[in-house]
Ligand binder design. Sequence first.
Ligand SMILES: [Zn+2]
Length: 448
Amino acid sequence: MQQGSAIRCSNCGQPFNAHVYSYIDAQKDPQAKGLLVNQQINRFQCPNCGNVNVVLAPLLYHDAVKELLIACVPMELNFSKDQQERVIGDLMKQLPKEGFKAYMFNPKRALTMNGLIEMVLGADGVTPEMIDEAKKRTARVQKFVEASDAELDALIAAHDSEIDLAFIQTFTSLAQRLVQGGRPDMAQAVLATQAVVVQKSSYGKELQQQQAEQEAVVQDVADRLQAMGAGARREDLAALALDFVDDEMRLQALVGLVRPVFDASFFDLLKQMESDAPDTEKPKFARLNTLLSQYIMLIDQQAQLRVSAAVSVLQSMLEEPDIDAAIARNAHAIDETLIAVLNANLQEAQRRRDVQTSAKLKAIYERVVALIQQSMPEEVVLVEELLQAPSLDDARAIVMDGMAQHGETLIDVMATIAQQLDEEGRTDLSERLHILIAEAQSALGPSA
Ligand SMILES: [Zn+2]
């Protein structure tokens, strides 16, 4: 629960409004929990002088799933025992009235904010030792970021054996916190340092090597799918999957590439094939079934994670008053998932008749699409243009110009997009393309 309070800057005396937390519900407000464990709760930067003001306020933390209720009345407030009890009684009034359970009558006590954070993290399985390690890592990361280029090389060499995944990930979380704290410039510096660490440390090199190997495997599987052609049937795919039954990397890549193929009918087919197979072959099918189910779960979870990541990127874009700055800062995160999330939110805002949000979402959408078009091959942009051209004649003119510049590759791109549209059932759009493709081919003459 947030309360709007007027606070006065301890440095310059400027009064300003701040949302002081007195209740955190871990399920309903995970962001507040994030602020708490990152020691950012009830810290407010003065809009006038930039001084960070820490507001010491009594706080009630509630996690219904873990049946955890902690009241924190910071020692520094110097409340008497009676005052503390009264304050805790007041805090407890913020608990939901329904579903009151035994643990809620007797909250645990934390004497300091740090104590509260330790208890919250402890309930998540994070020990004080782990917190200490993380603090040390963060301090070291900061040292790396502040170093000059030459110093950084020396630091990487000196700490090479300690550079591991946790260390490299610390850069990412530090950058995230800086972005949330309104310092994208500093976040950029942190990520630039991270890139150097990945490039020059032994562990980073190993990581790059692994990534390159993974990419090669994915490429190989993609090539085999491509070789099966557009007319591939479920049976062909099942045969390919069986080929990979002892090659987990390739099998995983296959699921990642064509996840939608692995539906209920596919597994029915697999069952059928298993019962038709000789006894010696049957264990292979059982193994394939288990592995496929695992990878499908993994990939669906990853997709879910990508969606939540896209949602938070979009959220931060919406909060930023300057849309161009917001997009520039999140350019690396612009992908299909973000566009799908953006679209869904736009529709939802329109349905709610939330004019302000939908206008902003629309502005973001247009800029994002423009950005993607900038990075697309010119031929694809041309095809989009001719699809949107007001008449067939206008489209014809675009094809003429385009052919002069790009020659036959333009026809190839047109054919690919026409095929995609056909597959999506958008024959209203593909019809124009088919006409133009036929015209362009006959214009090229019989050799084409
Ligand atoms: Zn101030």
